[in-house]
Design a protein around this ligand. Sequence first.
Ligand SMILES: C[S@@+](CC[C@H](N)C(=O)[O-])C[C@H]1O[C@@H](n2cnc3c(N)ncnc32)[C@H](O)[C@@H]1O
Length: 217
Amino acid sequence: MRNKLARFAENARRRNVVEPGKPIFSEIKGKWHEFFNNSNPIVLELGCGHGEYTVGLASLFADQNFVGVDVKGARIWKGSREAEELNLANVAFLRIRMLDLEERFTENEASSIWITFPDPRPKEKDEKRRLTSPRFMDMYRHLLRPNSCLHLKTDNLELYQYTLETLQQREDIHSLKYTDDLYQSKLYEKPQQIVTTYEKKFASRGVPIKYLRFQFN
Ligand SMILES: C[S@@+](CC[C@H](N)C(=O)[O-])C[C@H]1O[C@@H](n2cnc3c(N)ncnc32)[C@H](O)[C@@H]1O
């Protein structure tokens, strides 16, 4: 607990953490380009945990901005510290519940989304809480510029299949590509090779990593 409180206190001091209680939190919607001080594309990692994708992609693509989003401050703390240590000015972390994304981003403000190992929420009654359910997809579509790409990585076969089925019913997407064994696939390129905490855990048990991506029209 003390450790957690120390992390929260550090988050409160860090410029790259946007969270409730800071003036920037209520001002940020529609102002992310001003925050980063450039007009580069803004990429979101949803359910970022320790932020491996946010930091990893930011290291690969200096000409893009990356925002890791998660409700857990103690996890975000780790990514925000790494970004500081690596002097990555193109990284921020946003501490919110995902349902509140539209309160912090305006229409077309984002250029791409990565969803990395989201909680599978297997119970039927929890379908609408899955980060790939239709109501979340509708929200992402609103936040993303036309033709933006959404990527999903997961260990969970049921969530992967559920997401594919949901997407195949949509008429507002194109260029859907997917694999149920990413490491053996030609989709396994540099950005897909970044490894998260959950990925490490499941891959070490021999669970194949599933991946899909598509673009909204
Ligand atoms: C299974 S963990 C994956 C973390 C990280 N992406 C990884 O691969 O190691 C899921 C993460 O999503 C976050 N999360 C789940 N539901 C959320 C929600 N509705 N709003 C914000 N964060 C959420 C959790 O706090 C957790 O850090």
